[in-house]
Design a protein around this ligand. Structure first.
Ligand code: ACM
Ligand code: ZN
Length: 525
């Protein structure tokens, strides 16, 4: 064993559970004194080879944060107890996300479910980043940890329509999700201002529908629009690459294809799918558009084709179909839509929206996928198997859970990270004030919800709408440090939350973000 520098020895002895820097804070941890030296003579012992991809993903995340681990040896023999052994034990039978981390002076072990071992390695990554280092050796504090997530849906969203972000940035974003134990990336791919996913059957969707001929400059209220073409889309190969990259990090990518509203980019390409027949242009201004998909049969044929390709690209059990902010203006005066209301004996246009969603639900069931939508999908009657994402406050989520539907909570406050995080406002934002402290204090289970219904609250999600985020650096700035705060809400037991201690830990994490060249908001309020 190498000699330990004297100063380091004291640093490590001072380690206590209260002085660790982990976010989210683990369920149980006991610091045992002493340290495990991680260096190039360590050997990864991973009998079935199932932990090795998680180890490689951990190395990649560390590399992103500017830390290149020394290359370590690999040996499939797990029975051989030797100094410097790193044991990965993947057990299919354990609960999702559950892991145990044992750091002893002579060896280190991560055991748990497949996702648990990965999350355990993300805990290890944070320990490595913050631990004392000398002579190419990382001195990890000896400890025993037992950990698992509080919620199964720990999501972060990104709107790539209002502004487009290249695959390289999506990977950087996904690495941040991985570091903080998120397991869902909600990818908002279509909207009024652009169609950003290649659909082989309808190449015009991206050839024409991905480009708008101008964007808003300054705040919406100023009403200023430039005339510069703006576009971008992901090929199906790129989509598969993002899905693969996320899966390596135990993150499910949930695609969102907006309907029946927020569909102007698709209607610009295929105006016959609207009520009026158009013509339309890809949206240049933000907001809500009156022209939406009609309820004619041709629309369901088209959406079935699109969803069939989308379903084949994404292993996610869920497909998000939007459903929010769909004005009924055109449906009220459209012969086909009014004919449908009469023929089906529907009460009104809200019931017609419910009919629309149920038709899509049936298409998705045929593709072996579950429907998820914003809480407007409840208007006119909620489809039986739908999962609701509650964004207009928590009322929709509460109601849906009472009815027995599953829910992901994402109320504007505190889950919208496009809102400003400091006073005075430091850059262009939307939607009001949503400081870090509000995110950290969030409780996803509504107090009125009876305990037997709690299982329907799958978790929560942070949303990142990008009207005012023109570049990756702004996205990073808006999510840091609110994303780690939400991670602790979603992963850690509620009684373990400690705002003052979180602020202490955030200071350590700022050094990680600096090393990874992530922008962040310095002020915390
Ligand atoms: C939304 O923010 N319109 C879901
Ligand atoms: Zn119509």
């Amino acid at each position: 064993m190498r000699p330990v520098p004297l100063l380091l020895f004291f640093v490590i002895r001072l380690c206590s559970a209260q002085s660790l820097w982990l976010i989210p804070v683990p369920q149980q941890v006991v610091i045992k004194g002493g340290f495990f030296p991680l260096h190039s003579q360590c050997v990864l012992r991973d009998s079935a080879g199932r932990g090795a991809p998680a180890w490689s993903a951990m190395e990649a995340v560390l590399g992103r944060l500017g830390l290149d681990l020394p290359e370590i040896g690999r040996d499939p023999r797990t029975d051989k107890k030797s100094d410097g052994g790193i044991y990965l034990k993947v057990r299919e039978t354990e609960a999702p996300g559950h892991y145990r981390l044992l750091i002893e002076p002579r060896y280190l072990e991560v055991a748990g479910s497949p996702s648990g071992v990965f999350h355990g390695l993300m805990t290890l990554a944070q320990l490595i980043l913050g631990a004392p280092k000398a002579q190419d050796t990382v001195y990890l504090p000896c400890l025993q940890m037992e950990d698992q997530p509080r919620f199964g849906w720990r999501g972060m969203h990104l709107d790539v329509v209002r502004h487009f972000f290249p695959v390289e940035f999506l990977k950087k974003y996904i690495d941040l999700l991985a570091l903080y134990k998120f397991n869902v990336f909600h990818w908002h791919l279509t909207d009024d201002q652009g169609w950003r996913i290649e659909i082989k059957k309808y190449p015009q969707l991206t050839q024409k529908g991905s480009v708008r001929h101008g964007s808003m400059v300054g705040h919406y209220n100023e009403g200023r629009v430039d005339d510069l073409p703006y576009g971008g889309f992901y090929t199906q190969d790129e989509v598969r690459e993002v899905v693969r990259y996320a899966a390596e990090r135990h993150i499910t990518v949930v695609p969102e294809i907006e309907m029946p509203g927020h569909a102007q980019a698709a209607l610009a390409v295929f105006p016959r799918l609207s009520c009026t027949g158009g013509p339309f242009e890809v949206g240049r201004v933000w907001g809500i558009y009156e022209d939406v998909f009609c309820t004619k049969e041709e629309v369901f044929d088209f959406l079935k084709d699109v969803l069939t390709e989308v379903a084949s690209l994404f292993p996610s059990p869920y497909i998000h179909i939007g459903g929010d902010e769909c004005p009924k203006t055109r449906w009220k005066v459209c012969g086909v839509c009014q004919g449908n209301i009469r023929r089906l004996g529907l009460r009104d246009e809200h019931a017609l929206q419910s009919y629309f969603i149920r038709r899509i639900e049936a298409i998705l069931q045929g593709l072996n996928k579950k429907l998820m939508g914003w809480d407007e999908i409840m208007e006119g009657g909620l489809a039986q198997t739908a999962t609701v994402m509650s964004w207009r406050g928590t009322e929709g989520g509460l109601q849906a859970a009472m009815q027995g539907n599953d829910v992901v909570m994402s109320p504007g406050r505190p889950c919208y990270f496009d809102h400003r995080q400091k006073v005075p406002e430091d850059s262009l934002t939307i939607g009001g004030y949503n400081p870090l402290s509000a995110v950290y204090a969030y409780e996803p289970i509504p107090p009125q919800l009876p305990s037997e219904k709690h299982v329907h609250i799958l978790g929560a999600q942070g949303n990142v709408w990008t009207e005012y985020m023109t570049h990756p650096a702004k996205v990073e700035y808006m999510v840091l440090p609110r994303l780690p705060a939400l991670s602790e809400v979603l992963w850690s037991p509620a009684i373990k939350r400690d705002w003052q201690d979180f602020l202490r830990r955030i200071q350590v994490h700022k050094t990680f973000w600096q090393a990874g060249n992530y922008q962040y908001c310095e002020t915390v309020e």
